[in-house]
Design a protein around this ligand. Structure first.
Ligand code: ADP
Ligand code: MG
Length: 686
């Protein structure tokens, strides 16, 4: 056994204190802060191995102190061991600068207040290499470490290969910057004229260091305790909210101004986040904890990184509680909208708008809806409809919006339609509808949200987590048919401006002929038309009594039934209707006759696309060619009117009355285009 040389002992010790360049930077910055600096600038070359230079505007070092500045255990911050219990400075061991001189070349330039010039001196192995040389200097101290680990080949090699200390240094400075509100920091690579960190103040610092997106998602947090039997401390800082998304926890912790780690606290907070937020994002935490200096044992780690606290458990508990309640409160407001709507019964339109509900505390039950089952829409609430996003001017809508309530009321009044006639044939047809109802689609129809028209015939519907395309023409046709049967013999009338019956039919026939091959014999068709008119004339009484279809003695159609309140069919389709009444109805069998007439009415009243091409679609070309402004306006209003009616008349009525027949499940009337659950699965796979 032999005694180690002092220089060997010191170098080993130095290697422990200064494990890597970032540790040296930390010590130098702490010295600068201890010296009361308000501005600290760092320059790094080669990850700190070539050069670490820290300049501050602190109080500087006196000329007399320079010879022992870098000796081990020389400090201005501590005299007796007891001082350690109330230490407020960051340094106290008087070891940092000394250590650096054993593993690098240290040069200090400093000037104290009131001096005309400063001094520069270099150190090696704890001692000055030469007398301090007078030099020009600005207020404060500049400490330079060159060739760090020049005498520790192995460590230098590992560090050279890892080459990530610069980012560690930047990260460190960021932490200091966030906490030291009154100190501005900058850090740049040697030779670069732009700083990688440049900060001014607290939240500002978080913003410029961690990004706007992080700073935006932060909430202020505070906690304190002043009961010596538990803990005595004050904490304030920022924690991320539910919007923050990160894979890694960032915890910036300062205890009594010291950048430290406290794994117990970090782990506890992580658990709170994982348990409270549905989307397990890792938190961003900045906390500054101040407690009586005698409650902190800063001397448990060679680089003072970890600290141990008096009553640590109870302090962590208190902070955990604060984080938890902060998170709950911020989080549930957000979740609430999403989830209540999902669970709200569709029949109560007022509830979703009731402000009391949105401010009432959410019950825990509400939080259990898995995220992929959450629904943002309410079938009663217009929010989220496509219409709102379309730029088209709301043509012909003025004054109509206010009609919405009256439409709804009228529709509601119709919930219990008057008893239909006692005719068994009608009862049977209605029973038919009942046993043919598709229960799945009935659910969809009852509780769906209209989103908007996807094209001329298909509308987009949302039901729960699924999105459907539905054929509006088919749906309205079926709805009208069913309504005719339900209102059988109890119709209100739509008064018409007497179109001539026979003429109309001829028009319709001609159209049909010209659409086929053009070999039509107009005379023959005219005769058929007249014959049909004659046929119909024989049925006028029945049509009038049961279906409110009035045809007078001259063969003019004068009244039509109201099948849906607030809705009149497109009169362009009258000829087809008359034609189908004459041709498609079996007048010899009572049930088939009623069914046929109802179907013809259904087809007539269905919400077909207007005959004029859609001017907001590809049909616009049609109007360009003709440069027919009047027609364009007419078409625009026809299409706008139809869309309004679909949304405000068809869909509300459908929810109340339509019993979708089984056939609709397969005939393309309902097409599911997306389901949230499946989308989630796809995303998960990605
Ligand atoms: P400690 O910080 O533990 O006291 P150091 O070795 O880091 O030990 O520093 C030794 C002493 O040098 C400090 O106590 C302080 O008086 C002085 N000192 C170091 N850096 C600076 C500086 N940037 N400005 C003024 N004084 C400094
Ligand atoms: Mg120090």
């Amino acid at each position: 056994i032999h005694r180690l040389d002092d220089s060997v002992v010191n170098r080993i010790a130095a290697g422990e204190v200064i494990q890597r360049p970032v540790a040296a930077v930390k010590e130098l910055i702490e010295n600068s802060i201890d010296a009361g600096a308000t501005s600290i600038n760092v320059v790094i070359k080669d990850g700190g191995l070539k050069l670490i230079q820290v300049s501050d505007n602190g109080h500087g070092i006196r000329y007399e102190d320079l010879p022992i500045l870098c000796e081990r255990h020389t400090t201005s911050k501590l005299s007796t061991y007891e001082d350690l219990q109330t230490i407020k400075s960051m340094g106290f061991r008087g070891e940092a600068l000394a250590s650096m001189t054993y593993v690098g070349h240290v040069t200090v330039t400093t000037i104290t207040e009131g001096q005309l010039h400063g001094y520069r001196v270099s150190y090696r192995d704890g001692v000055m290499e030469h007398e301090p040389r007078p030099c020009a200097a600005v207020k404060g101290t500049q400490t330079m470490i060159e060739n760090l680990f020049y005498n520790m080949t192995a460590r230098r090699k590992t560090l050279q290969n890892s080459n990530d200390d610069y980012s560690k240094i930047v990260d460190l400075i960021c932490r200091f910057a966030i906490h030291n509100v009154n100190v501005s920091f900058s850090c740049r690579k040697h030779g670069a004229n732009r700083a990688d960190v440049h900060t001014v103040s607290n939240l500002d610092a978080i913003r410029s260091v961690y990004g706007v997106s992080v700073a935006r998602d932060l909430m202020e947090i505070e906690a304190s305790d002043n009961d010596p039997s538990r803990s005595v401390f004050k904490m304030d800082g920022y924690i991320s909210d539910a919007n923050h998304a990160a894979k890694k926890t960032t915890m910036v912790l300062f205890i009594n101004g010291r950048s430290v780690e406290c794994s117990a606290l970090k782990r506890t907070i992580e658990v709170v986040y994982a348990a409270t937020l549905p989307k397990a994002s890792k938190p961003f935490i900045y906390m500054s904890i101040v407690l009586p200096p005698e409650h902190v044992d800063v001397n448990i780690h060679p680089t003072k990184k970890e600290v141990s606290l008096l009553n640590q458990e109870s302090l962590v508990d208190t902070i955990q509680y604060a984080v938890e309640s902060k998170l709950r409160n911020s989080n549930t407001t957000k979740m609430f909208h999403v989830q209540t709507l999902y669970s709200s019964p569709s029949g109560l339109p007022s509830t979703s708008k009731d402000p009391q509900i949105s401010s009432s505390p959410p019950s825990t039950k509400l939080q259990k809806v898995p995220i992929h089952k959450m629904v943002r829409t309410d079938s009663q609430d217009p929010v989220g409809r496509l219409h709102a996003y379309l730029k088209n001017k709301p043509l012909g809508e003025n004054g109509k919006k206010s009609d919405l309530t009256s439409v709804r009321n009228a529709v509601r009044q119709r919930r219990n339609p008057k008893e239909t006639a006692d005719l068994t044939s009608i009862q049977e047809l209605l029973a038919d509808i009942d046993c043919n109802t598709h229960s799945g689609m009935l659910d969809i129809v009852k509780d769906c949200t209209y989103i908007g028209m996807a094209d001329d015939t298909f509308a987009l519907l949302q039901h729960s987590t699924r999105l459907f395309l539905v054929n509006v023409v088919n749906l309205s046709k079926e709805l009208m048919y069913q309504q005719v049967l339900r209102r059988f013999a109890h119709f209100n009338a739509i008064q018409l401006s007497d179109p001539a019956l026979t003429e109309l039919m001829v028009m319709a026939l001609k159209e049909e002929v010209s659409q086929s091959d053009g070999h039509g014999d107009v005379g023959l068709h005219e005769r058929i038309a007249e014959m049909n008119a004659h046929e119909l004339k024989g049925k006028v009484e029945m049509l009038q009594e049961y279906f409110c279809i009035h045809i007078d003695q001259q063969g003019n159609l004068s009244k039509l039934p109201v099948i849906l309140d607030q809705y009149t069919p497109d009169m362009d389709y009258v000829p087809e209707f008359i034609l189908s009444l004459a041709n498609d109805v079996n007048w010899n069998n009572e049930m088939e006759c009623f069914q046929g007439i109802s179907a013809a009415l259904g087809n007539f009243y269905a919400m077909h696309p207007p005959l004029l091409p859609n001017p907001s679609g590809a049909g616009l070309q049609f109007y360009r060619k003709d440069i027919n402004q009047e027609l364009l306006l007419e078409a625009e209003s026809a299409w706008a009117q139809r869309e309004w009616t679909i949304q405000h008349v068809l869909f509300p009525s459908m929810r109340l009355f339509l019993k979708p027949p089984n056939a609709m499940a397969t005939d393309g009337t309902f097409v599911q285009v997306a389901s949230l659950e499946k989308l989630y699965k796809i995303f998960e796979r990605c």
